[in-house]
Design a protein around this ligand. Structure first.
Ligand code: UGA
Length: 434
């Protein structure tokens, strides 16, 4: 099938590449000429494990193309995906200017029936707005479908190729048939394609992310309580997670959720809910807990250094909001850096992928190390903010020989408390006994 993907950000590039991988002819459209040139020349613009190989193969075989020309890009496409940014506006609601702008433009270009698909995370009612924007100028029939994505950064290719489910929101049989054909190769293993109306599909995306964020904030509160009651959150996690109704996944406490999705989507759902005249109380609590949790290590650090961090130097392992990405949007590490600098401390950080991005934000306010051990040199303590695999089983002798003192504050519960205690470390983590 011939398809177009408008927007070559994270979602657009993964979507375009993965559809090309199953034999479709895909043209990706973006207004950014430099980006289009890079992609056309085989230079991938995002870091996502496994994507580059697929991207290069499909580019080489001519199934994946890039252009800045919207008219040429969508001309032959049967299905046009809109994977455009929906940044939060000042009031927290998703700003639809890019989506509706492109919809308006497409309306002027349509010459035959096409299905337009909202892939971006958009508030309930957006499919109708897109329909209206296109309809203002369109002279041929078309349909608008809501098809939210459930990709996790770091495993997006796998999530796309083998989805737990595909949600398709449409009231048109014609669109439903085309979308079903396109997704058939991805659900051969029997996972469902769930058809529903557009509004329910739009809400499904927000509900899924908000529910997962709720799970995390709930566990972070249980962790806080464990610290007060002298219990161990790891034990509680195992104890409750083995109940299928609760599930083992997404029960890991830490220093809060970050990234480009959960913070934005929880906020946007709370806002939509407000606008609909419903006070979604749980969501307010989820956001509040997350704000507190991002800085949960700080009181522990302050307590250890008798309330004064002036002149102290810290090693920081991990900057990305989670492992296997260079994404630092809403990353807890950034909040920790700000708090440490504010308190008069200095920081040397190491992250396998995200240092360049952080440098662009903080400039020379902190130092960056070549590797995880170099970051430790002369530091009063090590702080861990991201659970990269390479931090999980470090060479503790090297840690000891580089750190000034054997002190670790771990925001991701990476180490076995007993083992690290035996090595003589002062070790504090989240919801576990020091
Ligand atoms: C999330 C969802 O998991 C995807 O299904 C969704 O498609 C995506 O948002 C999106 O809307 O685009 P992502 O933001 O890539 O994906 O990252 P996750 O792996 O879900 O992690 C989100 C945050 O939760 C991270 O900061 C992570 O550290 C935190 N987390 C996750 C915990 O603190 N504890 C856990 O047990 C799990």
């Amino acid at each position: 099938m011939k398809i177009a993907v408008v927007g070559t950000g994270y979602v657009g590039l993964v979507t375009g590449t993965c559809f090309a991988e199953t034999g479709n002819e895909v043209i990706c459209v973006d207004i950014d000429q430099k980006k289009v040139d890079k992609l056309t020349n085989g230079e991938i613009t995002i870091y996502e494990p496994g994507l580059e190989k697929l991207f290069l193969r499909n580019l080489k075989e001519g199934r994946l193309k890039f252009t800045t020309d919207l008219a040429a890009g969508i001309e032959e496409a049967k299905i046009v995906f809109l994977a455009l940014p929906t940044p939060p506006g000042e009031d927290g609601s998703a700003d639809l200017k890019y989506v509706l702008g492109v919809a308006d433009h497409i309306g002027r270009l349509l010459t035959d029936y096409k299905v337009l698909v909202d892939k971006s995370t958009v508030p309930v009612g957006t499919a109708e707005k897109v329909y209206e924007s296109v309809a203002r100028n369109a002279k041929v029939p078309f349909d608008v479908v809501s098809n939210p994505e459930f990709l996790r950064e770091g495993v997006a290719v796998d999530d796309f190729m083998k989805p737990d489910r595909v949600v398709i929101g449409t009231s048109s049989d014609r669109a439903r048939k085309l979308m079903g054909e396109l997704y058939a190769p991805f659900v051969r293993s029997g996972n469902p394609v769930i058809y529903m109306d557009e509004r329910s599909a739009e809400l499904t995306k927000y509900a899924a992310n908000s529910f997962l964020a709720t799970k995390i904030s709930f566990m972070n509160e249980i962790a806080q309580l464990c610290e007060k009651l002298d219990a161990d959150v790891d034990m509680v996690r195992l104890g409750i997670g083995s109940d299928d109704r609760i599930g083992k996944r997404f029960l890991f406490p830490g220093i809060g959720y970050g990234g480009s999705c959960f913070p934005k989507d929880v906020q946007a759902l709370a806002k939509s809910s407000d606008e609909a005249g419903y006070d979604f109380r749980i969501l307010d609590a989820v956001m509040q807990v997350n704000e507190i949790q991002k800085l949960h290590l700080l009181p522990k650090i302050l307590r250890y250094f008798s309330g004064n961090l002036q002149g102290r130097h810290f090693a920081l392992w991990g900057l990305a909001f989670k492992p296997n990405t260079d994404d630092i949007r809403e990353a807890p590490a950034l909040y920790i850096i700000d708090a440490l600098l504010e308190a008069g401390a200095t920081v040397t950080a190491f992250d396998p992928e995200a240092m360049k991005n952080v440098q662009q934000v903080v400039g020379d306010k902190i130092k960056f190390a070549e590797n995880q051990y170099e970051a430790l040199k002369g530091a009063d303590a090590l702080i861990i903010a991201t659970e990269w695999n390479e931090f999980r089983t470090p060479d503790f002798l090297k840690i000891v020989s580089n750190l000034k003192k054997k002190v670790i504050f771990d925001g991701r519960n990476l180490f076995d408390i007993r083992a690290i205690g035996e090595l003589g470390f002062h070790y504090e983590s989240i919801g576990r006994r020091p």
